[in-house]
Ligand binder design. Structure first.
Ligand SMILES: *[C@@H]1O[C@H](CO)[C@@H](O)[C@H](O)[C@H]1NC(C)=O
Ligand SMILES: *[C@@H]1O[C@H](CO)[C@@H](O)[C@H](O)[C@H]1NC(C)=O
Ligand SMILES: *[C@@H]1O[C@H](CO)[C@@H](O)[C@H](O)[C@H]1NC(C)=O
Ligand SMILES: *[C@@H]1O[C@H](CO)[C@@H](O)[C@H](O)[C@H]1NC(C)=O
Ligand SMILES: *[C@@H]1O[C@H](CO)[C@@H](O)[C@H](O)[C@H]1NC(C)=O
Ligand SMILES: *[C@@H]1O[C@H](CO)[C@@H](O)[C@H](O)[C@H]1NC(C)=O
Ligand SMILES: *[C@@H]1O[C@H](CO)[C@@H](O)[C@H](O)[C@H]1NC(C)=O
Ligand SMILES: *[C@@H]1O[C@H](CO)[C@@H](O)[C@H](O)[C@H]1NC(C)=O
Length: 464
C-alpha cells in the first residue's frame, strides 16, 4: 500500500492496522503449558564453574515432554553452560539474581558455526525467555587485546569450520520459529551478535536490556534477519556494534515495530543491512532515544533488496565521531543504496518518512542513492538538526562502506543529496553551533543532475 503522497500519514494510518492487531495478539498470547521445572531438580549446581549443560537440557526436554511450561533458573545461581536447545512450548525463567553463563571454549558449541549460540531454538513454537535475570556471554574472555579504538577479538577459524575474523558464538538465537517472546531479561557481554532472529514470525521483545563492551566489534544488540511481524519495545541497548539491525539474507523482512527504546552504540543505532538481498517493508521506529552513537538512523542497502514504507517518528539523536575503523561518520541519518561490489545488484529505497526528529551531530545527513538504485519519495517533517563539533576527528569524509566507494574526501555539508527522486522537506531547521562553523559553509550539497523533485516548505538554516 502506498501511503504517501498524496495523503500524509500518521502512524495510525491503515497501513499499520495489521501491526496493531499483532500487538493485541501478543497481549493475549499464552505461552507454554502449566508445568514448572527447576534446573536444580535435574542436578544443576549453579556454581559458575561446573557445566550445567546436561541438567539444563534435561529440564527443558522434560518440560517439553510434559506439554510445555517454564524452566526455572533459581536466584543466586551462576549456571555455566554449553549450547542448550529450547523446545516447543518452553519458556526459560531466569530469576532476578540468576545468571546463565555461556561457555568460553569452542567445544561448548555445536559443529556448525551457524548454530553457535548459548541458548538457541530452531523450528519451534511458543518459546521464550523471561524472569528478570541475566544471560551472560562472557565476552571479555573473547578479547585478545584491549584497544580503546577497537578491541582485537578471538576468532575460532583455525579449525576451518568458519573463516575470517568473526568466528565467535552469538548469545541467543531463534531460527525458523514462531511465537517467540523475550521479556524482562538482561543480555550481557555477548562475544558476537547478541539476540538473533532468523526466519521467525511473531516475535515480541519487551523490556530487554542489552549490554556489550563499547570497544568490541560485532556485538550487535538485536539482529532481525529474514523475519516478519516483530515487535520490540522498552528496550535498553548499550553496546559496541549496531543496536537494532534488520537484515535480509534468505528472505524479506516485513512488519517490524520498534518503540520506546534507549540506545547507545559505537556503530549504528538503527541499521537496515548491510546484508540486503531481499526486501524490507513496513517498518516503524517510534519514540527512540539515541545517545552518543556513531550513526543514528541508517540504511546500508548493498545487495539488491528494496526498502519501502518506513516511518521514523519522535526520535532524539546525538551522534559523534569515533575511530574510523568503525563504519560511520557521525551522521544522524544515513541512507544509501550503493552496491557492495561492481557485480552486486542495486536496491532501491522508497516511501520513507522522518517525522518529529531532533538531532545534535558532528556531521550532516547523508542521503545517497546510486544510478539504478534511486531513493524516492522521502519526506522530512518537523526536524531540528543541530551541528556541533565535539571531537577532533577529521570531518571531511563520506563513508560508503562496506564495499562500494569506501571512504571519500568531501567537504562537510548539512545535508548531502545524491541520486534522489522526490524529497519533501517541511519545517526542517538546520542550526550550526557558532564555535565551529569553519568548513561547514555548505548547508546543502546537491549533485543537480542526479536529484529530481525537491520541495522545501519552511526550511531554515542559521548559525546560533
Ligand atoms: C582467523 O582470525 C584471525 C584473527 O581475527 C585473522 O587474523 C585471520 O586472518 C583469520 N584467518 C582466516 C583463515 O580466516
Ligand atoms: C523490566 O525487567 C527488569 C529485569 O530485567 C525488571 O526488574 C523490571 O521490573 C521490568 N520492568 C517492567 C516494567 O516490567
Ligand atoms: C554485565 O556483566 C559484567 C561482567 O561480565 C558485570 O560486571 C556487569 O555488572 C553486568 N551488567 C549487568 C547489567 O548485569
Ligand atoms: C515473510 O512474509 C513474506 C511475504 O508474505 C514471505 O514471503 C516470507 O516467507 C515470510 N517470512 C517468514 C519467515 O515467515
Ligand atoms: C518513550 O520511551 C521511553 C523509554 O525510552 C519511555 O520512558 C517514555 O515513556 C516513552 N514516551 C512515550 C510518550 O510513550
Ligand atoms: C527490487 O526492485 C527491482 C525493480 O522493481 C526488481 O527488479 C528487483 O527484483 C527487486 N529486488 C528484490 C530482491 O526483489
Ligand atoms: C516529538 O517527539 C518528542 C520526543 O522526541 C515528544 O516528546 C513530543 O511529544 C513529540 N511531539 C509530537 C507533536 O508528537
Ligand atoms: C525544534 O526546535 C523548536 C525551537 O526552536 C521547537 O519549538 C520544536 O519543538 C523543535 N522540534 C523538534 C522536532 O525537536
Amino acid at each position: 500500500m502506498r501511503w504517501f503522497p498524496p495523503k500524509y500519514p500518521t502512524i495510525l494510518s491503515p497501513m499499520w492496522t495489521p501491526l496493531l492487531l499483532l500487538l493485541l495478539y501478543f497481549a493475549a498470547a499464552d505461552h507454554g503449558g502449566a508445568t514448572i521445572i527447576s534446573v536444580t531438580d535435574h542436578g544443576a549446581v549453579g556454581d559458575g564453574r561446573c557445566y550445567d549443560t546436561v541438567a539444563i537440557q534435561a529440564a527443558i526436554d522434560a518440560c517439553a515432554g510434559a506439554g510445555g511450561g517454564r524452566v526455572r533458573f533459581p536466584a543466586g545461581g551462576d549456571y555455566l553452560t554449553a549450547t542448550v536447545w529450547l523446545r516447543t512450548g518452553v519458556v526459560l525463567e531466569v530469576e532476578a539474581g540468576a545468571r546463565i553463563l555461556g561457555g568460553r571454549r569452542q567445544c561448548d558449541y555445536p559443529a556448525d558455526p551457524a548454530r553457535w549460540y548459548v541458548v538457541v531454538a530452531e523450528g519451534v513454537q511458543r518459546v521464550g525467555i523471561t524472569g528478570g535475570g541475566e544471560i551472560n556471554g562472557q565476552g571479555e574472555a573473547f578479547v585478545v587485546r584491549r584497544d580503546p579504538r577497537k578491541n582485537v577479538m578471538v576468532s575460532w577459524n583455525a579449525t576451518g569450520s568458519c573463516r575470517g575474523d568473526e568466528c565467535r558464538p552469538r548469545l541467543v538465537g531463534f531460527i525458523d520459529s514462531v511465537d517467540v517472546v523475550v521479556s524482562d531479561v538482561t543480555l550481557n557481554q555477548t562475544a558476537y551478535w547478541c539476540l538473533h532472529l532468523v526466519r521467525c514470525d511473531h516475535t515480541f521483545i519487551r523490556n530487554v536490556s542489552i549490554y556489550g563492551d563499547f570497544d568490541s566489534p560485532n556485538n550487535d544488540g538485536i539482529d532481525i534477519e529474514d523475519s516478519n511481524n516483530t515487535f520490540i519495545t522498552n528496550c535498553h541497548i548499550d553496546t559496541g556494534d549496531d543496536a537494532i539491525c534488520p537484515k535480509s539474507s534468505t528472505g524479506p523482512v516485513h512488519n517490524l515495530i520498534v518503540t520506546d527504546c534507549w540506545i547507545r552504540t559505537k556503530s549504528s543505532a538503527i541499521k537496515l543491512g548491510s546484508a540486503s538481498w531481499f526486501d524490507f517493508r513496513r517498518l516503524l521506529f517510534h519514540n527512540i532515544t539515541i545517545v552518543d552513537s556513531h550513526r543514528g538512523l541508517a540504511m546500508q542497502i548493498r545487495d539488491g533488496g528494496n526498502v519501502s514504507d518506513v516511518v521514523f517518528s519522535n526520535i532524539r539523536i546525538s551522534t559523534k565521531y569515533y575511530d574510523p575503523s568503525w563504519w560511520g561518520r557521525a551522521e544522524p541519518i544515513y541512507i544509501t543504496t550503493c552496491p557492495r561490489d561492481p557485480g552486486s545488484k542495486t536496491g532501491s529505497i522508497s516511501d520513507v518518512l522522518f517525522m518529529n526528529i531532533s538531532a545534535v551531530s558532528e556531521n550532516g545527513v547523508f542521503l545517497s542513492g546510486s544510478p539504478g538504485g534511486l531513493i524516492s519519495n522521502l519526506k522530512f517533517k518537523d526536524i531540528n538538526l543541530t551541528y556541533k563539533r565535539r571531537t577532533k576527528y577529521p570531518s571531511n569524509l563520506y563513508d560508503y562502506r562496506p564495499g562500494c566507494r569506501g571512504m571519500v574526501k568531501h567537504q562537510t555539508a548539512g545535508m548531502t543529496l545524491e541520486h534522489i527522486s522526490g524529497l519533501e522537506m517541511e519545517n526542517v531547521k538546520m542550526r550550526w553551533h557558532r564555535s565551529n562553523v569553519k568548513g561547514w559553509n555548505n548547508p546543502l550539497s546537491i549533485t543537480p543532475s542526479t536529484v529530481n523533485k525537491l520541495s522545501f516548505k519552511e526550511w531554515a538554516s542559521e548559525i546560533c
